[in-house]
Design a protein around this ligand. Structure first.
Ligand SMILES: O=C(O)c1cc(=O)[nH]c(=O)n1[C@@H]1O[C@H](COP(=O)(O)O)[C@@H](O)[C@H]1O
Length: 230
């Protein structure tokens, strides 16, 4: 098991392109994330291939449905032997509790993480969908609900990490996408932070996709991020 906080998002359209990148990575220096596009196209074979290469895998399917459906999906995901999976906290405590029951609490159970507000969400989108109040306060409320429902942590913006660490303690796992090295483009992310600032704010894991996978030299991009962390 690596001690690196970096999770590389393998947002690719095929098993072969995902493995082409994974084969350049070192499972002792990062974990990998499989999301909706890759999993929908290639299915569990992706997970098995990455496990065979020694990677711990975050299966990011962000389940959000009625409690029974989410529980069964989480059980199916856990059966793949993954390291981490996620559900949407906006599904509520009954849904998250059902997910916890399905995944179990054995030492080899995957980490169960709740997505709070997406890092692509800005104030306008927050208002557009009928949410009110301030965004950090809403993230904190959803994270507290996740903790009370038995989840191991949340996905949030690194901009909210220090607030959540103070409110929920250092043990509660903070997984932060929307990571952008200094001077890199934000793409569709709105609530971003640099890798070092994210770690200093209390992030346990940094999810990084395009700044690595879209770079001319992905390995050099990863090495520069590692170096920036000291
Ligand atoms: O759950 C996630 O991983 C996630 C949650 C979130 O709020 N924002 C977010 O960007 N992600 C994922 O993190 C990755 C970020 O990729 P890049 O924007 O390319 O670094 C993508 O695979 C997203 O699906």
């Amino acid at each position: 098991m690596t001690e690196s906080p970096i999770i590389v998002a393998l947002d690719f359209a095929s098993l072969s392109t995902a493995l082409h990148l994974a084969d350049q990575l070192d499972p002792d220096r990062c974990r990998v994330k499989v999301g909706k596009e890759l999993f929908t196209r290639e299915g569990p074979a992706v997970i098995h291939s990455l496990h065979n290469r020694g990677f711990e895998v975050f299966l990011d399917l962000k389940f959000h449905d009625i409690p029974n459906t989410v529980a069964k999906a989480c059980a199916a995901a856990a059966d793949l032997g993954i390291w981490m999976l996620n559900v949407h906290t906006l599904g509520g405590s009954a849904m998250m509790y059902a997910a916890r029951q399905a995944v179990g609490t054995a030492t080899d159970a995957p980490l169960l993480i709740g997505v709070t507000l997406l890092t692509s969400m800005d104030q306008a989108t927050f208002n557009e969908v009928g949410l009110s109040g301030d965004m950090p306060g809403t993230v904190q409320k959803l994270a507290l609900l996740a903790k009370d429902s038995g989840l191991d942590g949340v996905v949030c913006s690194a901009q909210e990490a220090s607030l959540l660490q103070k409110a929920l303690g250092k043990e509660f796992c903070l997984v932060t996408p929307g990571i952008r090295p200094k001077d890199s483009v934000a793409d569709d992310q709105h609530r971003t932070m640099t890798p070092i600032d994210a770690v200093q704010a209390g992030s346990h894991y940094l999810v990084i996709g395009r700044p690595i996978t879209g770079a001319l030299n992905p390995m050099q991009a990863l090495a520069e991020i590692e170096a920036s962390l000291g």
